[in-house]
Design a protein around this ligand. Structure first.
Ligand SMILES: [Zn+2]
Ligand SMILES: [Zn+2]
Length: 260
Protein backbone atom coordinates (compact mmCIF):
# COMPACT_ATOMS: atom_id res chain seq x y z
CA UNK A 1 0.00 0.00 0.00
CA UNK A 2 1.22 3.49 -0.81
CA UNK A 3 -0.29 6.86 0.11
CA UNK A 4 0.17 10.42 -1.10
CA UNK A 5 0.15 13.34 1.35
CA UNK A 6 -1.23 16.02 -0.96
CA UNK A 7 -0.63 18.94 1.42
CA UNK A 8 2.08 19.43 4.03
CA UNK A 9 4.19 22.30 5.32
CA UNK A 10 7.76 21.32 6.18
CA UNK A 11 9.25 24.76 6.92
CA UNK A 12 12.25 24.82 9.24
CA UNK A 13 10.21 26.73 11.82
CA UNK A 14 7.99 23.63 12.19
CA UNK A 15 10.64 20.93 11.71
CA UNK A 16 13.97 22.32 12.90
CA UNK A 17 15.70 19.00 12.13
CA UNK A 18 14.98 19.52 8.42
CA UNK A 19 12.60 17.76 6.05
CA UNK A 20 14.65 14.64 5.37
CA UNK A 21 14.01 12.85 8.66
CA UNK A 22 10.31 13.74 8.54
CA UNK A 23 9.99 12.35 5.03
CA UNK A 24 11.98 9.23 5.99
CA UNK A 25 9.55 8.52 8.86
CA UNK A 26 6.64 8.97 6.46
CA UNK A 27 8.20 6.60 3.92
CA UNK A 28 8.52 3.94 6.61
CA UNK A 29 4.77 4.38 7.23
CA UNK A 30 3.97 3.86 3.53
CA UNK A 31 3.65 7.49 2.44
CA UNK A 32 5.46 7.58 -0.89
CA UNK A 33 4.75 11.01 -2.36
CA UNK A 34 4.21 14.50 -0.99
CA UNK A 35 3.09 17.91 -2.09
CA UNK A 36 4.99 20.43 0.01
CA UNK A 37 3.28 23.80 0.25
CA UNK A 38 5.51 26.85 0.51
CA UNK A 39 3.68 29.92 1.78
CA UNK A 40 4.42 32.61 4.37
CA UNK A 41 4.94 36.28 5.06
CA UNK A 42 8.00 36.13 2.77
CA UNK A 43 8.74 33.92 -0.24
CA UNK A 44 11.36 31.97 1.70
CA UNK A 45 9.05 28.96 2.30
CA UNK A 46 8.18 28.94 -1.41
CA UNK A 47 11.84 28.95 -2.40
CA UNK A 48 12.55 26.17 0.11
CA UNK A 49 9.65 24.03 -1.18
CA UNK A 50 10.86 24.42 -4.77
CA UNK A 51 14.44 23.54 -3.76
CA UNK A 52 13.23 20.44 -1.89
CA UNK A 53 11.01 19.31 -4.78
CA UNK A 54 13.83 19.89 -7.27
CA UNK A 55 16.12 17.63 -5.25
CA UNK A 56 13.74 14.65 -4.73
CA UNK A 57 11.63 12.52 -7.02
CA UNK A 58 8.93 11.96 -4.40
CA UNK A 59 8.15 15.62 -3.66
CA UNK A 60 6.37 18.29 -5.69
CA UNK A 61 5.85 21.84 -4.56
CA UNK A 62 2.95 24.25 -4.44
CA UNK A 63 3.73 27.95 -4.23
CA UNK A 64 1.40 30.86 -3.56
CA UNK A 65 0.37 33.49 -1.04
CA UNK A 66 -1.79 32.31 1.84
CA UNK A 67 -4.76 34.62 2.52
CA UNK A 68 -3.20 35.40 5.93
CA UNK A 69 -0.20 36.85 4.12
CA UNK A 70 -2.04 38.52 1.23
CA UNK A 71 -1.15 41.96 2.52
CA UNK A 72 2.58 41.18 2.29
CA UNK A 73 2.59 40.27 -1.41
CA UNK A 74 4.10 43.17 -3.35
CA UNK A 75 4.87 43.48 -7.06
CA UNK A 76 8.37 42.01 -6.74
CA UNK A 77 6.91 39.08 -4.79
CA UNK A 78 4.33 38.45 -7.45
CA UNK A 79 7.02 38.49 -10.14
CA UNK A 80 9.06 35.95 -8.21
CA UNK A 81 5.98 33.78 -7.62
CA UNK A 82 5.39 33.73 -11.39
CA UNK A 83 9.00 32.68 -11.93
CA UNK A 84 8.89 29.98 -9.21
CA UNK A 85 5.44 28.79 -10.31
CA UNK A 86 6.70 28.11 -13.83
CA UNK A 87 9.30 25.59 -12.61
CA UNK A 88 8.84 21.89 -13.32
CA UNK A 89 9.09 21.07 -9.61
CA UNK A 90 5.93 23.11 -8.97
CA UNK A 91 2.77 21.08 -9.51
CA UNK A 92 0.21 23.64 -8.28
CA UNK A 93 -0.38 27.25 -7.32
CA UNK A 94 -1.42 27.54 -3.69
CA UNK A 95 -2.45 27.64 -1.15
CA UNK A 96 -4.43 30.70 -2.10
CA UNK A 97 -7.92 31.74 -1.09
CA UNK A 98 -9.84 33.56 1.60
CA UNK A 99 -9.81 33.30 5.39
CA UNK A 100 -12.46 35.43 7.10
CA UNK A 101 -12.02 33.61 10.41
CA UNK A 102 -8.69 35.18 11.32
CA UNK A 103 -8.79 38.21 8.99
CA UNK A 104 -4.99 38.55 9.20
CA UNK A 105 -5.17 40.52 5.94
CA UNK A 106 -8.01 42.91 5.05
CA UNK A 107 -10.73 41.08 3.15
CA UNK A 108 -10.54 43.25 0.05
CA UNK A 109 -6.78 42.61 -0.14
CA UNK A 110 -7.41 38.86 0.25
CA UNK A 111 -9.94 38.93 -2.59
CA UNK A 112 -7.67 40.92 -4.88
CA UNK A 113 -4.61 38.68 -4.29
CA UNK A 114 -6.71 35.52 -4.64
CA UNK A 115 -8.13 36.69 -7.98
CA UNK A 116 -4.70 37.69 -9.31
CA UNK A 117 -3.18 34.34 -8.33
CA UNK A 118 -6.05 32.40 -9.94
CA UNK A 119 -5.15 34.30 -13.12
CA UNK A 120 -1.49 33.38 -12.59
CA UNK A 121 -2.40 29.70 -12.29
CA UNK A 122 -4.34 29.92 -15.57
CA UNK A 123 -1.44 31.69 -17.23
CA UNK A 124 0.93 28.92 -16.05
CA UNK A 125 -1.59 26.16 -16.78
CA UNK A 126 -1.31 24.68 -13.27
CA UNK A 127 -4.03 23.51 -10.87
CA UNK A 128 -4.95 25.62 -7.84
CA UNK A 129 -4.85 24.64 -4.15
CA UNK A 130 -7.58 26.57 -2.35
CA UNK A 131 -7.73 27.53 1.32
CA UNK A 132 -11.16 28.77 2.42
CA UNK A 133 -12.51 29.49 5.88
CA UNK A 134 -15.80 31.24 6.66
CA UNK A 135 -15.72 32.68 3.16
CA UNK A 136 -17.57 30.05 1.12
CA UNK A 137 -19.60 32.30 -1.17
CA UNK A 138 -16.80 34.73 -1.97
CA UNK A 139 -14.37 31.85 -2.60
CA UNK A 140 -16.71 30.16 -5.07
CA UNK A 141 -17.58 33.49 -6.73
CA UNK A 142 -13.92 34.32 -7.36
CA UNK A 143 -13.10 30.83 -8.65
CA UNK A 144 -16.08 31.01 -10.98
CA UNK A 145 -15.56 34.63 -12.06
CA UNK A 146 -11.84 34.19 -12.74
CA UNK A 147 -12.30 31.09 -14.86
CA UNK A 148 -10.57 28.71 -12.43
CA UNK A 149 -12.46 25.86 -14.07
CA UNK A 150 -9.91 25.98 -16.88
CA UNK A 151 -7.19 24.57 -14.59
CA UNK A 152 -9.23 23.11 -11.71
CA UNK A 153 -7.57 22.06 -8.50
CA UNK A 154 -8.10 20.99 -4.91
CA UNK A 155 -10.09 22.43 -2.02
CA UNK A 156 -7.57 21.64 0.69
CA UNK A 157 -8.43 20.72 4.29
CA UNK A 158 -12.08 20.42 3.35
CA UNK A 159 -14.20 21.79 6.19
CA UNK A 160 -17.34 22.99 4.43
CA UNK A 161 -20.74 21.33 3.87
CA UNK A 162 -22.35 19.23 1.14
CA UNK A 163 -23.68 22.24 -0.74
CA UNK A 164 -20.21 23.77 -0.97
CA UNK A 165 -18.80 20.40 -2.03
CA UNK A 166 -21.28 20.15 -4.90
CA UNK A 167 -20.49 23.63 -6.16
CA UNK A 168 -16.73 23.09 -5.88
CA UNK A 169 -16.91 19.77 -7.74
CA UNK A 170 -18.90 21.47 -10.51
CA UNK A 171 -16.16 24.11 -10.79
CA UNK A 172 -13.56 21.38 -11.37
CA UNK A 173 -12.20 21.22 -7.83
CA UNK A 174 -11.46 17.99 -5.96
CA UNK A 175 -11.85 17.73 -2.18
CA UNK A 176 -8.93 16.96 0.11
CA UNK A 177 -9.57 15.66 3.61
CA UNK A 178 -7.27 16.38 6.56
CA UNK A 179 -7.26 15.08 10.15
CA UNK A 180 -10.51 17.01 10.68
CA UNK A 181 -12.39 14.08 9.11
CA UNK A 182 -11.29 11.90 12.04
CA UNK A 183 -12.74 14.29 14.65
CA UNK A 184 -15.99 13.16 16.24
CA UNK A 185 -17.78 16.49 15.85
CA UNK A 186 -16.96 16.93 12.13
CA UNK A 187 -20.26 15.46 10.93
CA UNK A 188 -20.76 17.41 7.73
CA UNK A 189 -17.13 16.84 6.67
CA UNK A 190 -17.57 13.11 7.33
CA UNK A 191 -20.78 13.09 5.30
CA UNK A 192 -19.00 14.65 2.32
CA UNK A 193 -16.05 12.23 2.66
CA UNK A 194 -18.54 9.34 2.61
CA UNK A 195 -20.44 10.47 -0.46
CA UNK A 196 -18.15 12.50 -2.77
CA UNK A 197 -17.23 10.83 -6.09
CA UNK A 198 -14.36 8.45 -5.34
CA UNK A 199 -12.24 9.83 -8.19
CA UNK A 200 -12.46 13.40 -6.80
CA UNK A 201 -11.04 12.98 -3.28
CA UNK A 202 -7.60 13.23 -1.68
CA UNK A 203 -6.03 12.96 1.77
CA UNK A 204 -3.54 15.32 3.37
CA UNK A 205 -2.00 16.11 6.73
CA UNK A 206 -1.63 19.91 6.49
CA UNK A 207 1.38 19.26 8.77
CA UNK A 208 2.25 20.62 11.26
CA UNK A 209 -1.41 21.24 12.20
CA UNK A 210 -4.51 19.13 12.70
CA UNK A 211 -3.04 15.76 13.64
CA UNK A 212 -5.70 13.07 13.13
CA UNK A 213 -7.20 10.95 15.87
CA UNK A 214 -5.57 9.05 17.68
CA UNK A 215 -2.73 11.60 17.58
CA UNK A 216 -4.89 14.68 17.91
CA UNK A 217 -3.11 17.58 19.64
CA UNK A 218 0.39 16.40 18.70
CA UNK A 219 2.46 18.19 16.07
CA UNK A 220 1.32 16.62 12.82
CA UNK A 221 3.64 15.13 10.21
CA UNK A 222 3.12 13.39 6.86
CA UNK A 223 3.43 9.87 8.35
CA UNK A 224 0.04 10.42 10.03
CA UNK A 225 -1.95 10.68 6.80
CA UNK A 226 -2.52 6.94 7.10
CA UNK A 227 -5.01 7.58 9.93
CA UNK A 228 -6.94 10.04 7.78
CA UNK A 229 -7.02 7.64 4.83
CA UNK A 230 -8.23 4.83 7.09
CA UNK A 231 -11.07 7.01 8.41
CA UNK A 232 -12.14 8.04 4.89
CA UNK A 233 -12.15 4.37 3.87
CA UNK A 234 -14.24 3.46 6.92
CA UNK A 235 -16.74 6.25 6.13
CA UNK A 236 -17.02 4.92 2.58
CA UNK A 237 -17.52 1.36 3.87
CA UNK A 238 -14.38 0.08 2.21
CA UNK A 239 -10.81 -0.67 3.34
CA UNK A 240 -7.71 1.45 3.20
CA UNK A 241 -6.14 -1.23 0.98
CA UNK A 242 -8.95 -0.78 -1.56
CA UNK A 243 -8.99 2.99 -1.34
CA UNK A 244 -5.24 3.73 -1.38
CA UNK A 245 -4.61 2.97 -5.09
CA UNK A 246 -7.58 5.13 -6.07
CA UNK A 247 -6.33 8.05 -3.95
CA UNK A 248 -2.88 7.63 -5.46
CA UNK A 249 -4.24 7.73 -9.01
CA UNK A 250 -6.41 10.76 -8.15
CA UNK A 251 -3.37 12.72 -6.95
CA UNK A 252 -1.27 11.77 -9.97
CA UNK A 253 -4.08 12.78 -12.32
CA UNK A 254 -4.88 16.07 -10.60
CA UNK A 255 -1.23 17.10 -10.25
CA UNK A 256 -0.36 15.75 -13.72
CA UNK A 257 2.55 13.78 -12.34
CA UNK A 258 3.67 10.19 -12.16
CA UNK A 259 5.56 8.87 -9.17
CA UNK A 260 7.39 5.61 -8.56
ZN1 LIG B 1 -4.87 26.09 4.49
ZN1 LIG C 1 -1.71 24.46 4.34
Amino acid sequence: MKLFDTHCHLDAQYFPGGPTEVLDRAKTAGIRAFMVVGVGATLEPARAAVALASSRGDVVAAVGAHPHDAVTLDEAGERELRELGARDAVAAIGEIGLDYHYDHSPREVQRSVFARLVRLARELGKPIVVHTREAADDTLAILDGEGAREVGGIIHCFSEDEKFARRALELGFDLSFSGIVTFKNARSVAAVAASAPVDRIHVETDSPYLAPVPLRGKPCEPAYVVHTARRVAELRKTTIEELAPILWANAERRLRRAFA
